[in-house]
Design a protein around this ligand. Structure first.
Ligand code: ZN
Length: 307
């Protein structure tokens, strides 16, 4: 039986990637190494004195405009969502992520280069016991006309809907079901996107300094500026779902829920994971019995990854 969503995959080798940050434009050298079970996904800022650690957990979420930032003590990492989505999509929940620079490399703007590098390094599937965060009742967060609604489910289903006042993006949707759809092919390659009219405002705000047609889909008033066009007709909605997966993974384990998101961004994703964390006693941690692969409800209280 296919685990849905995947959990318990162990990284066998190491990954080395270099690039620059989308928002800061800073050089970024990234090395991902296997970690002991239960260590979680831990960033180490190799470029700072004392090499501080930053755990990918809810307590570390430090909201930044246009991306997800994590902060622990004085150390911060920016734009973690695409790498976290790649790890979650492949079922890797323990990894040491060494980073020289303040921001993850944007690479091609999607999670595909991370996924390809992690698969090249090798994975050992299902080699450790897995646990899941099982939603036990509906949950909703809302901000103006944006909302995210969750319902209990036996898998992770993500449905992203976006609406912009733009002729190409008035109504776009994508749904992804773990255990049924192919993460590496259907979700990981969807690139980040931005509007040309916002570029000057973002740059004045100190953002998008590294953005280009090499790492983002850029849209003017009527068309897509990238000469290669889109990877999927609904690439924008797919990328929203990818961002949602990365942010949800800050729970520290795979979520079992049906998640519908409407016009949501990182700010609302962060509200959602904080709400789930604050009411974690009302939900359940489900252990995967490796012999039968049947999820069994455990009576133990949930332990979220808050270290
Ligand atoms: Zn993104």
């Amino acid at each position: 039986m296919k685990t849905s969503p995947p959990a318990g995959q162990v990284l066998r080798g190491t990954v080395h990637l270099e690039g620059f940050g989308l928002h800061t434009g800073s050089a970024a050298i990234l090395d991902i190494e296997p970690a002991a079970q239960g260590r979680g996904r831990v960033f180490i800022r190799d470029d700072l004195p004392g090499r501080p650690e930053i755990t990918a957990g809810i307590a570390q979420v430090h909201h930044r405009q246009q991306c997800t930032g994590l902060r622990q003590g004085k150390a911060e990492v920016l734009t973690v969502e695409h790498l976290l989505a790649a790890l979650a999509g492949l079922g890797i929940w323990d990894a040491i992520i060494r980073l020289s620079g303040p921001e993850l490399p944007i690479l091609d703007g999607s999670a595909a280069p991370f996924v390809e590098a992690l698969l090249r390094a090798g994975l050992r599937p299902g080699s450790i016991p897995s646990s899941f965060f099982k939603l036990m009742h509906p949950v909703q967060v809302q901000q103006d006309d944006s909302w995210i609604r969750l319902e209990p489910a036996s898998s992770l289903e993500l449905d992203g809907h976006l609406e912009f006042e733009h002729i190409m993006l008035q109504d776009q949707r994508f749904s992804f079901v773990f255990g049924q759809d192919d993460f590496a092919r259907e979700l990981a390659p969807a690139r980040t996107f931005g509007f040309l009219k916002d570029e000057e405002r973002l740059r004045k705000a100190g953002l998008a300094k590294g953005a280009s047609l090499e790492n983002a889909v850029v849209i003017d008033d009527f068309s897509i500026l990238n000469p290669e066009g889109l990877r999927f007709a609904n690439e924008f909605a797919r990328h929203k779902v990818l961002d949602l997966l990365g942010d949800l993974s800050l729970l520290g384990k795979p979520l079992l829920a049906k998640v519908k998101s409407h016009k949501a961004g990182h700010g609302l994703h962060h509200d959602l994971i904080r709400k789930l964390s604050s009411e974690s006693q009302e939900h359940k941690i489900v252990q995967m019995d490796q012999m039968s692969n049947d999820p069994l409800l455990m009576v133990c209280p949930p332990e979220l990854h808050r270290a």
